[in-house]
Design a protein around this ligand. Structure first.
Ligand code: ATP
Ligand code: MG
Length: 271
């Protein structure tokens, strides 16, 4: 991609192909006199360029963990690191975030939203415009580059947010239920588009979802968390070949992997 490669050249001096390590992280929220332990002793080794899923019951601390990975919340104990660097504040060149609600700037067009992280980095206007347009083409929104968010459907807005995440071009992209507000058909399509983008611009992706099918379909590994306080119950290896195809969902292996994750979640919900 001509436009992006200019941006990439500037970035390759950084921690290219970085992974992320979560080391024995505990988080306690202090609210007035009360304290609530959200996470307990969580350790994960997210290797560079893997597609890493996190699943677990509602309230088990997945979003809190992602906020800590993004440097937006500090662990009470333990450490999160990218390479040798401890994550203690947002690191926009290394770590990008895509949330469930797309959080686009409503007064900016789709293209302006996508190029915004490059604007913040002081990238030349023509370079960032070209990069944003190419990214929008890749997610099928080339014709909507000049539309504002209120003129787009929910699925289109999430596509813009994903395009923005990739355009920012961090080594690590954290995604907190990016498809949760979408219907099943749109989320299946977007899942495939995301895999396609990931295949072309290899990144380390950490992907939180409630959909076990989505987790198995997209990920290389899935960390299954217990009910609050969230602990890691098991890291399930998704040893399905790539590229992933829809017919894999009907295979016995896919069913077995999904059933294993469901069994762990069902048991922790009952405890
Ligand atoms: N800012 C906060 N202050 C106090 N408590 C919080 C805060 N954020 C989250 N919590 C609590 O921490 C626990 C974990 O919340 P979190 O949002 O991380 O869960 P989650 O796994 O993302 O849930 P869901 O699947 O529903 O999105 C919950 O009990 C929640 O009430
Ligand atoms: Mg959450």
């Amino acid at each position: 991609m001509a436009g992006l490669s200019v941006v990439e050249t500037e970035q390759t001096a950084g921690s290219a192909g970085a992974g992320l390590r979560v080391e024995n992280v505990t988080h306690v929220f202090e609210t007035g006199a009360e304290s609530l332990m959200a996470l307990k002793g969580v350790s994960l080794d997210v290797e560079a360029e893997t597609f890493y899923g996190i699943v677990g019951p509602s309230g088990c601390g997945k979003s809190s963990l992602l906020l800590m990975m993004a440097g937006l919340l500090l662990p009470s104990e333990g450490r999160i690191a990218v390479g040798d660097k401890t994550v203690s504040k947002p690191l926009p060149e290394e770590i990008g975030v895509v949330f469930q609600e797309s959080s686009l700037l409503p007064w900016k067009t789709a293209r302006e939203n996508v190029e915004f992280p490059l604007y913040l980095r002081g990238i030349d206007r023509r370079v960032r415009e070209r990069a944003a347009l190419e990214m929008l083409e890749l997610v099928g929104l080339g014709e909507f580059a000049n539309h504002r968010p209120h003129e787009l459907s929910g699925g289109m807005k999430q596509r813009v947010a994903i395009a923005r995440g990739f355009c920012q071009d961090p080594d690590i992209l954290l995604m907190d239920e990016p498809f949760a507000a979408l219907d099943e058909q749109t989320r299946m399509t977007l899942g495939d588009e995301l895999l396609h983008l990931w295949d072309r611009n290899k990144k380390t992706v950490v992907f939180v979802t409630h959909s076990l099918t989505e987790a198995v379909y997209l990920c290389d590994k899935v960390a299954v968390m217990s009910a609050r306080p969230g602990e890691i119950l098991e890291i399930v290896d998704i040893d399905l070949p790539r590229p992933r195809t829809y017919d894999m969902m009907a295979t016995e292996k896919f069913g077995r992997l999904r059933a294993r994750i469901w069994e762990l979640i069902r048991r922790t919900q009952q405890r």
